[in-house]
Design a protein around this ligand. Sequence first.
Ligand SMILES: *Cc1c(COP(=O)(O)O)cnc(C)c1O
Length: 413
Amino acid sequence: MGFVKGLKCRECGREYKVDPIYVCEFCFGPLEVEYDYEGIKNVLTREKIMSRPQNLWRYKELMPLDNEPTVGLNSGFTPLVKADKLAEHMGLKELYIKDDTVTHPTLSFKDRVVAVALSKAKEFGFDTVACASTGNLAHSVSAHGAASGLNRFIFIPASLEHSKIIASLAYEPHLIAVDGNYDDVNRLCSEVANKYNWAFVNINIRPFYAEGSKTQGYEIIEQLGWKTPDAVVVPCASGSLLTKIWKSFQEFEKIGIIDEPNTKVYSAQATGCSPIVAAIKEGVDVIKPVKPNTVAKSLAIGNPADGYYATKVTRDTGGYGADVSDSEIIDAIKLMAKTEGIFAETAGGVTLASAMKLIESGHIKRDDVTVLCVTGNGLKTKEAIMGHTGEPHHINPNLKSFEEVLVNIKHKE
Ligand SMILES: *Cc1c(COP(=O)(O)O)cnc(C)c1O
């Protein structure tokens, strides 16, 4: 273990040693982990990866730890589902769902970033972890922090889905519900982080935390038979996952695991919070912050930290972006459930509905091998589709009552 060279400013390139820091002191650019890729190339092969347990740590040389991982040992290696029925519906030749709705302990892709962030926080010697969350991060830090014996302060917008609040509370963290949106919560957390010596996973631990997202990209490549797709559609909140999926593809090329990736990366957002997609569509670099108003609360970041970089990746790879309404999100959740048996949370609806628009507009071609990143489980956002599903058939506990209903069902078919 231990291929990290240090931290480096993404803007001015100034280098720092490994510490719980996240911005450049000189230009205020974000810091990024730097690796010794030559060293990794010498030890990491396809065979070595395939010989390891099926969790996200099978790529551990490309993760920012100095020692063996200690958190999230059962996270990752989620299924890549070949979605033939959905493909047919969408008019695509070859479609895959990277299904992060299952396998992870807290049923969202956030178990990837939290596994890495908390392993690193423990290496740094922190006894308290904290986060600003749109829901899934709260759940994941609550759970993995509990299992790691860490004290947890979890900050959320008070208006989050009930299922996510209850799910987090089950692990008995200190849950702080803030009257405000995520951007208000995040601002408050920056102040708290300055004052208290805690590991804020998405503030002072952010450079390490964000690296966890790369594992989704490595898995896509491995599960496609060591190939990259032609198109990948990624839901964006802060924009970090999108940038890291592209980074993972580039890294696999750098260490000789694949040839040059030719993938177009697409951003998916809800129209009610689409600062990244707006910038992509306007062809500008500057992200205009918005006030979120969407059913997709897990993606409701109005002032996305990595928005600029996400915009750049979509442009550099020849991708694009699409945004979708609440009713398009709900229809897409139901379509995915009906065709593939996968019940996604609102973010998954955003991804699928956006992909359909990108096909319609000709950005994604019908013979592009396409991967949809579906990042969280529908049981976590049940309220989003409540009132938009059918009703159960109510009967008395006897055969006659059932058969009366059955006649009606058959009649409608
Ligand atoms: C956090 C999250 C994302 C994307 O997050 P980024 O901040 O863009 O990395 C996507 N889907 C779900 C369900 C999430 O919880």
